[in-house]
Design a protein around this ligand. Sequence first.
Ligand SMILES: Cc1cc2nc3c(=O)[nH]c(=O)nc-3n(C[C@H](O)[C@H](O)[C@H](O)COP(=O)(O)OP(=O)(O)OC[C@H]3O[C@@H](n4cnc5c(N)ncnc54)[C@H](O)[C@@H]3O)c2cc1C
Length: 396
Amino acid sequence: MDFAISDKMQTVIGMIDEFVERELMPLEPLLLQGHFEELEPELERRRRMVKQMELWAPNHPAAYGGMGLDLVEHALVSEALGRSPLGHYVFGCQAPDAGNAEILHLHGTTAQKRKYLQPLVDGRIRSCFSMTEVEMPGSNPTMLATTAVKEGADYIIDGQKWYTTSSDGAEFAIVMAVTNPEAPPYLRASMIIVPTDAPGFNQARIIPVMGEAGRGYFSHGEILYQSCRVPQANLLGSEGHGFIIAQERLGPGRIHHCMRWIGICNRAFDLMCRRAAAREIAPGRVLATKQIVQAWIAESAAAIQAARLAVLHAAWKMEQAGHKAARTEISLIKFQVANTMMAVIDRALQVHGGLGMTDDTILAFFYRHERAARIYDGADEVHKISVAKQILKHYQ
Ligand SMILES: Cc1cc2nc3c(=O)[nH]c(=O)nc-3n(C[C@H](O)[C@H](O)[C@H](O)COP(=O)(O)OP(=O)(O)OC[C@H]3O[C@@H](n4cnc5c(N)ncnc54)[C@H](O)[C@@H]3O)c2cc1C
């Protein structure tokens, strides 16, 4: 296993680090204060700069206008971008669009790629992924109530989804719906492309999450599919293969998320150290002289380093041996990194005292926003069970 970073990637990461600090961090107060109308044109301007620097869409194939980086390379980019909540969006590799583009790339027809994939990779449109339902446990995705029934040349979709992230202003959703109710549980559902202006696609509300009303890209929609009609040509991949495709989407997606979280750890850690070194708590004595703060710093450094290497190892294994072979590693980093991140953010916030609770630093945003990391893409408990089962197989 070789984690050496090539000269090309060193240069790319250096450019991204500088851009994030110079161009994105100064925009964060607009996000924190909810000034989306001022933020959006600024983000568009930064996106044009990124395209000019030829750093746009690092994870997408060069044939579509991306950088064509491999998984480990993109993991390093994701870490650098993760230091700001605006990073991935401005570089054209944000969730959920990145995952949707990946599915379209692997399973889309030529017509679907032309209509949806290319504008998505160009950053001209946004998308969302609509799987989780209000009344059903997202942790058991075989329990879907949303149906897609054939009528003439169309599907008629009925169901109630929520946490359809970034639905506000999206051009289309990729919807998981049951098309084959009589099939075995993992072959019942399909993925279907639903334009958000299709008849029967109704965004009932934007769900307020952790005190944030949400808007545009930073939103989570509750969507009612009410006799929503789309052509059968909008089926993605084969009928009944929704879960198989979802697994393909989630593998690389978890690597991207985990490295983004390492980026957040790095930012929080940096803020913690700066504050500890500067905050006088007695004449001539700064916080950094206290052993308990020193312990937090040392423990955080060790945990971040361990988590970072575990993610890079999982990415490397996935690249070498495929998604299935790296299943345990991917589940392991999903809960390991999410919990490391929460612990580091929490310590950094504590070191900032009252200031940490305000929106004068990015820490409170991270604290609210990233708590969800322990829930989405598989809750901690589900991944722990999966890891334990894989390990225990060797003891039977
Ligand atoms: C910020 C955010 C963004 C999201 N974005 C999207 C999106 O874009 N598209 C989308 O479709 N969904 C999205 N989701 C939904 C997410 O995928 C689900 O919330 C997740 O799968 C959990 O499902 P649930 O909420 O129904 O919880 P449930 O399945 O009801 O589980 C509740 C809790 O029960 C426990 N639990 C569950 N199963 C087990 C088990 N087998 N053993 C032990 N304990 C268990 C876990 O602690 C879990 O947190 C998002 C969620 C959040 C919070």
